[in-house]
Every structure is written in C-alpha cells, then in structure tokens.
Design a protein around this ligand. Sequence first.
Ligand code: ARG
Length: 562
Amino acid sequence: MDEKTQVATALQTALPDMSIEDIKNKLERPKTSKNGDYAFPTFFLAKELHKAPQMIAGELVEKIDQTGFEKVVAAGPYINFFLDKANVGAGILKEILADPEHYGDLDLGHQANVTIDMSSPNIAKPMSMGHLRSTVIGNAIANIMKKVNYNPIKIDHLGDWGTQFGKLMAAYEMWGDEEAVKADPINTLQKYYVKINTEADEHPEYAEAGREWFRKLEDGDEEAVRLWKWFRAESLKRFMKVYDMLDVQFDSYNGEAFYNDKMDEILQLLNDKHLLQKSRGAGIVDLSKYDLNPAMVQKSDGSTLYMTRDLATALFRKRMYGFEQSLYVVGAEQSYYFQQLKATLATMGFTWSKQIHHIPFGLMTLNGKKMSTRKGNVVQLEEVLDESIKLARQQIAEKNPNLANADQVAQEVGVGAIVFHDLKNERTNSINFKLEDAVKFEGETGPYVQYAHARAESLLRKAGNPDLAGADLKLNDEESWNIIKLLGQYQETIKRAAVKYDPSLIGKYALSLAKAFNQYYAHTRILVDDDQKLARLALVQAVSDVLKSALALLGVKAPDEM
Ligand code: ARG
C-alpha cells in the first residue's frame, strides 16, 4: 500500500460515506514538514455537519486508528498525518534493494504496441539539432512507455524521398565530383544543395531541372535511382555514427521511400470516397469541417507529397502493428501539418486517427544561433557531440586525473550532458544551448546527476560493499527522510511522465534526488560505525539504483566512477 492510500484508509474508518479515491483527492501535501506528511482539510464537511471545521477535525481525529503513524493530530481545520517514517522508509529501501531494476515498474500498457516515429533525418543533409531532439525525446519516451509495460516500436522515418532529391541530383549533374562525395558525402552533398538553393533566385531553370530529376526518380530512371541509392547509403552510414554515440537503436528504418508503392491505395481510397478534389490540377482533400486548410495529396504533375507518404505510412503502421497509440516526435513547426494528417485520416473513416499523437518540441538554438539546413548555417550534431566529449574529458583530467577508463567515461558524460540538457526542459520550450553550461559538473546538468551516482558508488566501495539484505533499515532523521520521500515518489513520477509523454518530469526528478543526496552527503557522517550504518548504506545504495534507473529512462549512462 502506498502512503497516500494508507492515510486515506485510516481516514475512511472515520468517514465511512466517502470512498478511498474521494478522500485521496482531498488530501494535501503540507508545505512544511511541521504540519506532517499529509493534511486533510475539513472545510467541505462544515455545511453538511453544521459544525465549525476546527470542531470536525478534533472529533474525527478521535476516531482514527493511529497505528502505522508517528502521530495524527488536529491542527485548526486540518488533520495532519505524520507517517511512521522509520517503518515507511525501511519498506521503501527494502523494495528497491530487492529488485532495483524493476523498482517503479507499473502496468499501464498491458503490452499494447505504441509506434514512435522519431529522429527521421533527411538523407543527404547533416542531422540537425532538431533531429537530435526528436531522437533523444523519442528514445526517452520509448523507455518510459516500456517501464509502464507498453511495447514501444521505434521507427526512423528517414526523409529519403521528395522533390529535394531532384534538386540535389540537378546540382550533382552540374557540379558533382564523385571523388569529393566519396571522401565526405554529407558535407559535399550539402554544399551542392545549399549552392543550388542560394542560386535558385538568379537561375529559375534550376527549379525546373530539379523537378525533372525528381520525376525521373519517381519513374524509376536508372541513373536517378543509382544516385538516390548511393546518397541514401552514405547518409545512413553517417547517421548510424550518431545513433551509436547516443546508443539509440531502432526497430525500423522504413523511410518515406518505403511507401512509394503504397500511395496508390490511398489515392484510390480517397477517390472512391469522393474525397479527392481537383484544384488547379492538384489533388486536395477538403478539411473545412475541421477548420483546417485543404491537404494537398497530389501535385499538378502527378507527383506525390510528404502528406501522401504520411497517409500511407499511418495506414501501414496500423495494419502492421495494430498500435494502440501512434506517436510522432516532430518539431512544433509541423503541428498544423499533423492536424491536417489526422483530419484527413478521420475524413477517410479511420477512427483510429484518434490514436495518433503529435509530440511537438521547441526549437533548439546553439549560443543563440538558429539552425537551418537550406542555407547552410548549420551546427552539425557530430561536432557538438565531439566538442561535448572533449569538455567532459578536460573536467575529468582536472578532477580525477587517475581515472582508469577516462575516455569511456568522458564519452558517457559528454553525450549524457547533451541528452540530459535536452530532456530536463519541458518539451515545448525553446532551448538555447550553451555547451559549456550543459557539461558542467555543477548546476542542473546531466554530469551533476551522474556525479551524485558515482559518489554514491564510491561510498559503497569504500564501505567494502557490505551485504545489506538482512540489515535493519530503519532511519529516523529528517535528512534521510527527505531522500526516502523522493524515492517513494519515483513510480508516481514515471506514471505522470508516461501519460504526458514528458521525459522532463524524470529529468527534474533525477535532479531533485541528486540534490537531496548531495545535501545528505555533506551533512551526515555516513560511514561512522554505529547501529544505523548499514541502514545509511542501504539508503546510499537505493539512491544510486534509482538515479541509475532514472538516467537510463532518459537514455543517459551512469558511470560508477568519474
Ligand atoms: N524528415 C522530416 C523532417 O526532418 C521529419 C519526419 C517526421 N515523421 C513523419 N512521419 N512525418 O522534417
């Protein structure tokens, strides 16, 4: 039984007409521990009982069974519950130590499938910070969903089709240098792409050449297909490097091109249902009943669009995975687009369109600079990661020059810093990214949490990793109670993060736990030999376990030493 239920159950004996749930909803958490751990306000009973709330509180307290509590007292119109901290705490510690990996697990999903469309960078372009956000947010959501017993399916919906490939091929035809592309594929292709875009205003014929190449690609022209395959393979190789660094794996790399042969069915369906309208030669779907602009599904030259591919994708995923939820972790700038996508599916009669959720996130800027790939002022993700690892390596050299596997740890800290920095913020906030700040060992950073974990592990090593299984785990000081309370809130936090698709709740939780632990560490002589030593070490172990688990949910490693 969790603490809240324990309090509600005790109250119910005095209030038999109320359900446990109703009582729980009334319970408050006092701002200061002087007023106990939970408070029950009695104002709402005054009218019905024709009594002053103070009196009601006094009378109810008499009827409450106090066993299992330190005390239960009336304080003005409130009933304050003081938990029997030592017992509650021992229970929580025991639960964590018995099975650290599964602590906090719960079953919201009953194994139902949830597809997560994430990362999804575009071929022949560097992966941007926006794709990084999608990758790490998607990965964290997948971990959280798994923790609450959904079956997440991570899909990298590669942007490997579309008119931009026509432009790229036109550029390659004019300026292409095969050797240069082989030596540094993404940057070279990016250069061509930027060049054709910047010069397009002076050379209107470039646009036509691009359209022509894309048409050829869609018609299966041999040279166009050869180039496309080559660009795709080289790009994917580079993306894999980033995914390896982040330690993110996917269940599918079916990108837009995969749906080439699946769009006819969509157009056919739209046609059969008389939903496909012609507007100046283009095929559109009217969405006015959703208060949205029409969705274009076919260009006047017959070629398909991002939207057409997404319609085919959604249907394919429903058939393939029978998802209960289908998530798209894509920047907020595509919010309107996803509304149109959902509305189009709804018009087509697919009631499961309700299960589709766009998970938007804000823009990420580096040192105040915006990132865009079209004009070339990009910050390349690999460079940012490399730089971050370098900074982490420097800090380790200063703080712990003798660390054995310093390079490995620097990698985990440098990458973890970026991932954590991204995830501690609410998704939809825009983030201005300052690398130096993110990699600091102090402040609200990933390394700060990792350091708290490593510090806990080092304490346990110093204590000789004693066997804690049979120890008396009762602790009654205020400092350790602060930590235990947080440990007890882990599951509740995971649940909220899962329901809201919001990893930042886990990030903030990890920060509070690390902070509470550092305070404890500063004020308590943990290793002193007295009869609570093992209980304190159990607390340290539990903190280490839960920090590691929380970081793992975010996709951040927890080195044992740093
Ligand atoms: N490739 C797209 C981009 O970089 C994101 C794709 C998101 N997924 C989707 N099914 N539309 O903007």
